[in-house]
Ligand binder design. Structure first.
Ligand code: A3P
Ligand code: MG
Ligand code: MG
Length: 399
């Protein structure tokens, strides 16, 4: 393993990393065959409770429980808004909960060879006794660790024309940890939100309450206070080209009818579509994000509640994720292409590897992008603003 290799360009803050420090993002550059993407496999899960505390269980997983009539719903998303308990969004969470999950699941990151030599060829399954597992290891045997949300954003970049992106990356023990940060533009947008816009941001959570039920009792309770601290997260492992990735994803609910194991449903709300023009925009700008988000973790369907301007959901619609690209192709003149999205993501991951030459938890690299420009890489060093790997993780006694 390489450690602390000095860079040609010195080690002061914000230095460009050299010749390969720009990545173009035009769709035309990535318009080739779909790259190898291994079907994501769920590797574990965790929950965040009403106080946003990590729990290594599926206690917050809910079950999809739609009404019988999908054409006449009348779900008032404004109901109970005043009592809603909102997560403190000023508190940055970085990768902390994902790192907590990793620390609970050390054995899932051991190389097979090491496991076999140390544990007497015992098969290691979920719930294996910690005593069977070797105490020390030197790497996670994974190239990238991040949240699914970042991968979704990256997939959409070749077609994105509004939102910019800022990603901090640290290479530690051979693994690239990637964490999204709010850009100045995003911070300003959040600050300038009107109370009405604030309220609209919460509608999606109220919708979840109308169409999901408690796992054990099977009961729906739309009178309960909505608490946006709670979450259920699935952790998946996959591979894109030569890059192995472990990523966490907040998942809305489980499909109660599915015969297969854990099959999830993604829930969305959107304004009712009243014209061809609105439908085209929906296909062009919204469905790309919905598709990317669900496809990444192998979620087979999305259920959307179409609401009016007063926040009343009137109809529900089912969108099989694998049918979305064809739907878009049928109505948009220059449709987005899944292959472009994935080829770009692969190129981005390659770009990260090519630019980060040090293996040092204190050295942060920033990848910045804004619409119309290239992705730019800067070595940021140990700038406290972007330093996101906590000590309790880097000084974990398993290393
Ligand atoms: P909608 O997408 O139905 O509006 P997700 O759909 O990804 O599970 O997110 C659940 C809800 O969180 C969203 O529901 C929305 O209410 C809120 N949300 C997600 N991303 C957001 C963002 N970037 N800004 C504001 N609210 C957001
Ligand atoms: Mg969600
Ligand atoms: Mg959702």
């Amino acid at each position: 393993r390489q450690a602390n290799i000095p860079l040609e360009h010195g080690d002061k803050h914000s230095k460009s990393t050299g010749r390969n420090d720009r990545l173009k993002t035009y769709p035309q550059l990535f318009d080739k065959a779909f790259p190898y993407f291994r079907e994501p496999v769920e590797n574990g899960c965790f929950s965040l409770d009403a106080r946003r505390q990590f729990r290594h269980d599926s206690s917050q997983l809910r079950v999809f429980s739609p009404p019988a009539d999908w054409k006449r719903c009348l779900f008032d998303l404004r109901s109970g808004y005043g009592d809603m308990i909102k997560r403190d969004e000023t508190k940055k969470e970085y990768l902390d909960d994902l790192l907590r999950w990793i620390m609970c699941n050390k054995h899932k990151f051991m190389s097979r060879q090491k496991l076999e030599t140390t544990s007497d060829s015992k098969t290691l399954k979920h719930g294996t006794e910690q005593a069977d597992i070797p105490n020390v290891f030197d790497s996670l045997n994974t190239d990238f660790i991040c949240w699914r949300g970042l991968l979704t954003r990256l997939l959409c970049i070749p077609y994105e024309n509004r939102e910019d992106l800022l990603v901090a990356v640290v290479r530690f023990r051979g693994t690239y940890f990637m964490c999204e940060f709010d850009t100045e533009r995003k911070k300003q947008e959040v600050q300038e939100r009107t109370p009405k816009q604030e309220e609209m941001c919460a509608w999606g959570f109220k919708f979840e309450q109308y169409v999901t039920a408690d796992k054990s009792s099977g009961a729906r309770d739309t009178k309960l206070r909505v608490n946006t601290n709670t979450a259920f997260c699935s952790v998946a492992r996959s591979r894109l080209g030569s890059h192995s990735i472990v990523f966490g994803a907040e998942v809305d609910c489980q499909d109660g009818n599915s015969k297969r194991g854990n099959v999830y449903v993604e829930l969305k709300t959107s304004r009712v579509i009243e014209s061809q023009r609105q439908y085209e925009n929906f296909c062009k700008f919204k469905l790309i994000k919905w598709w990317a988000q669900s496809f990444l973790i192998g979620i087979p369907r999305i259920v959307c509640g179409f609401r009016d301007d007063n926040g009343v959901v009137q109809t529900l619609q089912n969108y099989p994720v694998h049918e979305i690209p064809a739907m878009v192709k049928a109505c948009v003149r220059q449709p987005w292409k899944p292959s472009v999205c994935f080829n770009f993501l692969e190129a981005f991951l390659q770009f990260v590897k090519a630019n980060i030459t040090t293996d040092d938890e204190r050295c942060v690299y920033l990848f910045r992008w804004q619409p119309g420009s290239d992705v730019i890489c800067q070595r940021q060093g140990d700038d406290p603003e972007f330093y996101f790997l906590p000590d309790w993780f880097t000084s974990w006694d398993a290393w």
